[in-house]
Design a protein around this ligand. Structure first.
Ligand code: MG
Length: 344
């Protein structure tokens, strides 16, 4: 196969704030694999607060160059991804980019949309939550107007002023909310009190309220919590699921954490065995990574795939959002195409 990649700077419509930081851009590295007359695309999305850097990711992609150049597009996909995985313990975003491009290429060769290629039904359009990042009160109102199409809002919490934030939101909208604390709370009694209070505020679930290291405290909270608790930072890959039974009630799967679609599918099977609810999420990805994940929506309890809507310069087309709902593309592959010039 022929292998190339290209760094790109995704620009947010509004500065994007979470409990630890605020930023205006996200770097993504887009991967292109060509074989047997077909082209597959993938994305490594690299939010600056995570471990994977642009330089490190490029280093890993270069490490894969020779192997991918010798690999054939008719080789079993899982054989190629297993080899790539063994090159390093880290670089899950780079692994995801290669895995997504391989799935795109393979499904195109099979002339099937990715969901069909994976044996998953296509869902009717699904309501995705829409993220409202941490921001000043005056900007909140404008953001809620922009989110008008979306039936569920995802609120980034985890500041000292969370109750005030909710009161402001509730003055402006009664929509159901997902809350993502991004490890921002540290006291289990306070967390349980907050979850009880948030339930009264119309919150449906709480994502990663406490730091990854506070597993025992998290299990204590989940046992008593009136709302589902969803692991995000606590679960990256399949091996992490062995520690989650009783600790959370569900898990937020992201391709950039799992290293791609193959491992995400294995994680869904294992999570369902453990009666964990499945949330499909994304890093702040373009349509490329998000489209790949959209093909798995029939397997999910919660869908949080709004990232492409947060940008002004998404370089891929083909993923459709209508009235706050998302449907996976029906064309072969992951179903998105790069705009002219992306790989020029
Ligand atoms: Mg999260």
């Amino acid at each position: 196969m022929e292998f190339s990649y290209h760094s790109y700077y995704l620009q947010f419509l509004h500065p994007f704030g979470v409990s630890s930081n605020t930023r205006t851009t996200t770097t993504s590295i887009f991967v292109k694999l060509t074989g047997n007359g077909f082209v597959g695309y993938g994305e490594a999305c690299l939010p600056a607060y995570l471990d994977d850097t642009e330089i490190g990711t490029i280093g890993f992609l270069e490490k894969c160059r020779e192997y991918l150049g010798a690999a054939r597009s008719d080789q079993p996909l899982s054989e190629i991804t297993a080899e790539i995985d063994a090159f390093s313990e880290s670089y899950n975003a780079a692994k995801a980019a290669i895995d997504i491009a391989l799935h795109d290429l393979s499904a195109k060769q099979a002339e099937q949309p990715l969901h069909k290629y994976l044996g998953i039904p296509r869902t009717p359009p699904v309501a995705t939550s829409f993220t409202i990042a941490i921001d000043s009160a005056d900007k909140l109102e404008r953001k809620l107007v922009e989110a008008d199409n979306y039936a569920i809002l995802k609120i980034k919490a985890g500041t000292a002023d969370d109750k005030r934030l909710f009161r402001q939101i509730r003055k402006l909208t009664y929509k159901p909310l997902y809350v993502d604390v991004n490890q921002g709370w540290k006291d289990k009694h306070m967390v349980l009190d907050m979850i009880g209070w948030m339930k009264e505020q119309g919150v449906l679930l709480v994502e990663q309220p406490m730091p990854v290291s506070m597993r025992d405290e998290m299990a204590w909270v989940t046992e008593k919590s009136p709302l589902p608790t969803i692991a995000d930072e606590s679960v990256k890959r399949l091996k992490d699921l062995q520690y989650m039974k009783g600790v959370f009630s569900g898990v937020n799967l992201k391709l950039m954490k799992s290293g791609g679609i193959g491992e995400a599918m294995r994680m869904i099977t294992e999570a369902k065995k453990q009666n964990l609810k499945i949330m499909l999420g994304c890093m702040a990805e373009s349509s490329c990574g998000t489209a790949a994940m959209s093909h798995l929506m029939a397997l999910a309890d919660f869908v949080d795939l709004d990232a492409p809507r947060l940008y002004r310069n998404d370089p891929f087309t083909g993923l459709s959002y209508h009235n706050g709902k998302l449907q996976s593309p029906a064309v072969p592959g992951i179903g998105v195409q790069p705009l002219n010039g992306l790989f020029a």
